[in-house]
Design a protein around this ligand. Sequence first.
Ligand code: ADP
Length: 475
Amino acid sequence: MKTHPLYLNGDWFAASPFQQVNNPATGEILAQVATIDRQRVAQALADAHAAFLRWRKLPGKTRGEFLHAIADEIETRSAEIARTITLENGKPLAQSQGEVGMTVDHLRWFAEEARRAYGRIVPHQVDGKRHLVVKSPLGVVGAITPWNFPLVLAVRKMAPALAAGNTFVLKPAEQTPLSAVALAECVAAAGLPNGVFQVVLGDAPEIGREFLENPLCRKVTFTGSTEVGRLLIAGAAATVKPLSLELGGHAPVLVFDDIELHRAVEGALIAKTRNTGQSCIAANRIYVQRSIYDEFASAFTARMQAMKVGDGLTPGMDIGPLIDDAGLQKALAHIEDAVARGARLLCGGKRLGAQGYFIEPTVLADVPPGALCLREETFAPVAAIAPFDTEEEAIAQANDSSYGLSAYAFTGSLDRAFRLLESLEAGTIGINDGVPSTSNCPFGGVKQSGWGRELGSEGLDAFLETKHVSLGLQL
Ligand code: ADP
C-alpha cells in the first residue's frame, strides 16, 4: 500500500499514525496518508505566518503567475489526478475530469483577479484631508474542506486566498486526502515559496480548535455540514475569528407547465444525479405543477432508470457509489421513511450489489410534506417529487426550509422567471439551468446554508481586509 506524506513548509513529512483511504466502489484500502498532532499544526501556522510576511509583498501579478503555474501542473497531470479523485471519492471518471477542468479554471480566474484587488479614493469632506480605502491580505488562512469535490472545493478557497496575498493551510476530509496531496505536489512543482501552501491531516476537531484559537490564523474557511459549521461558529466566539462557511443545502426544483417537458426533465436529472447526488447544490425536492405532474414523473423516472451505475473507473458510468456505509444507510432510511408516509416508489429503492456503497437510482412520487427527504439533505441519487397548483404555493414550498444554498426553476415565462429570482431564498438560482456554478460568479448560501461567498470578485474580497486611511495634508 502506498504511503503519502503531508506537505509542510516545503518539505514532505511522513510519520505515523496513518489515515487509511478507502475506495468506495470496492471498500478496499487504497493508500494511507500521514497525520500530525495539534502542536505540529501550530508549527505549520507559524511557518505560514513567516511565509506571509514575504508573500504579501509580491505584486498581485506575480502571485497570479504562480497560480497559473499551478494550473499548468494540474493540466499536465489531469488524467492521473482525475483518476485519483474517482478512486477516493467514487464519482464517474468523466465527472472527475470535469472537476479537474473547473479547478484549473478557478486558478486562472483568480490568477487574473490577483491584479484587481482595487481600493478607492473617496472625496474628502474637510479641506486638508484625503481619504484612501485600501485592501490588504488577512494573513494565514486555515481551510477545512469536504470529500464530495475533494480538489475543486479546496482550490475555490486556496486560489483567492493566495491571490489576495494570504498564506494557506489546508485540512482536507479524511475520506479524500489524496487529491490534496496531488494539489500539494503541483504547488511544489510550480515553485511556490515554502510555507505559502501546506496540507495538514489529523484529528479534525483538534485541528479546527487550533485554527480557531491560534492568533496567527486570521480566518477559517469551511465547506461541510451545518452541524460542524455550528461548532466552528461557537468556537470562533472566544477569539472573534472571521469565518466563511459553505454549509448544507436542500435545493428545490420548481417545474412549471409552461416549459418544454424535456428541458425540465434533463435539467432536474443533472441537478439530481451529478456527483452521485452528493453535491451541496443537488436537487433534493422536485415540485411539479399538477397539470404536467404525471407526465413529468414518468419521463423523469424513465431517465433515472436508464442511468448507468457502477465503478467510476468503468467507462460510461453516470452514477458511482456513495462515499461510505453511513451515506448509504441515510439514503435508504430516507426512502423507507417516505414510503412509510405514503410516497409511491416509482423506481429503485434498494442497495445495488454487496460490494461498495451503490444504490439504485430512486424516484419517489407524492412525497408528503413531513417526509425526511423533503426536510433534510439526502445526498444520494434519490429524487422526491410532489405536486403544486399555483406559483405562490410553489414559492412557499421552495422557501419552506432552513437551508438556502441553491434553487432551480423551469419555466417558459420571462415574467415568472423574474418573480422567482426575486422571491426564492437561495444564493444560487438556476433558471432553466441544472448546472449553474461558474468561476466568475459568487457562490454561497442564505439562511443556515452559510456565511459569505466564494468565486467571482466576491471570492477575492472574502480574503481581503478593508482599511480606511485618512491623510492630513498641507496643500
Ligand atoms: P460530511 O458530513 O459531509 O462529512 P463534515 O462537516 O463532517 O461533512 O466534514 C467536513 C470537513 O469538516 C471534513 O474535513 C471534516 O474532517 C471536518 N470536521 C469534522 N468535524 C469537525 C470539527 N469538529 N471541527 C473541525 N472540522 C471538522
